[in-house]
Design a binder for this molecule. Structure first.
Ligand SMILES: Cc1cn([C@H]2C[C@H](O)[C@@H](COP(=O)(O)OP(=O)(O)O[C@H]3O[C@H](C)C(=O)[C@H](O)[C@H]3O)O2)c(=O)[nH]c1=O
Length: 187
């Protein structure tokens, strides 16, 4: 456990779980959310460009699946500070041995887990409780013109959402299904 963040390998190459250790005392706790030194060793070798917060009010709501295309491809560190989510990353790296494979797991206020999602992964989550709050660290600025997405109900992905999918944004509900010629992104 170096510097309060433990990094674990996951089945998709480059995808990591980052486990936060809380330092508690009679007042409460301190928890480190980001550490450039620890995360550089885990593959974050870019600046910290932007940090976002989202609040998702309704249990069952799904946000995603989003990624930014090169040259705005980004590393994300996603953590759930309030409530619990099922978080999922899908490999869209052209030529990857795990192309279009997904990894999903629960991130929560309680378990203190985050996902470090490399460039070339689409990201999404489902709120498992009401009023979930997420914090995102991004290695590249928001680039709306280079945003892309996958459909959360795409049969080619067959994502095992824990709850019935609700609350999609108009954009997310309208994401096109993958076509047979989809080759992913070249990083
Ligand atoms: C991502 C982003 C969005 N915005 C603006 C654009 C829209 O006017 C508004 C909501 O954007 P959007 O509906 O894309 O937000 P989400 O669907 O919650 O996307 C988020 O959830 C999925 C799961 C992700 O992985 C994205 O990285 C994350 O941003 O915020 C910004 O101003 N900056 C940003 O970095």
């Amino acid at each position: 456990m170096t510097g309060r963040l433990a990094v674990r390998d996951l089945p998709l190459p480059g995808l990591k779980r980052v486990e936060r250790q809380r330092l508690g005392d009679h007042r409460g706790f301190l928890s480190r959310l980001f550490c450039a030194e620890t995360l550089e060793a885990a593959g974050w070798r870019k600046p910290l460009a932007q940090i976002n917060q989202t609040l998702t009010r309704e249990r069952g709501t799904v946000r995603g699946l989003h990624y930014q295309k090169p040259p705005a491809a980004e590393i994300k560190l996603v953590m759930c500070l309030k409530g619990a989510i099922w978080d999922v990353a899908v490999d869209v790296r052209r030529g990857s041995s795990t192309f279009l494979h997904h990894h999903g797991e629960i991130l929560s206020e309680e378990n203190g887990y985050a996902l470090l999602i490399p460039e070339g992964f689409a990201h999404g989550f489902q709120a498992l409780t009401a009023d979930v709050e997420l914090l995102y660290c991004h290695s590249a600025p928001h680039a709306p013109d280079l945003e892309a997405g996958l459909n959360v109900a795409d049969p080619r992905l067959a994502l095992p959402w824990p709850l019935p999918v609700t609350g999609l944004s108009v954009r997310d509900a309208g994401q096109a299904l993958l076509t047979p010629d989809f080759e992913g992104v070249v990083l």
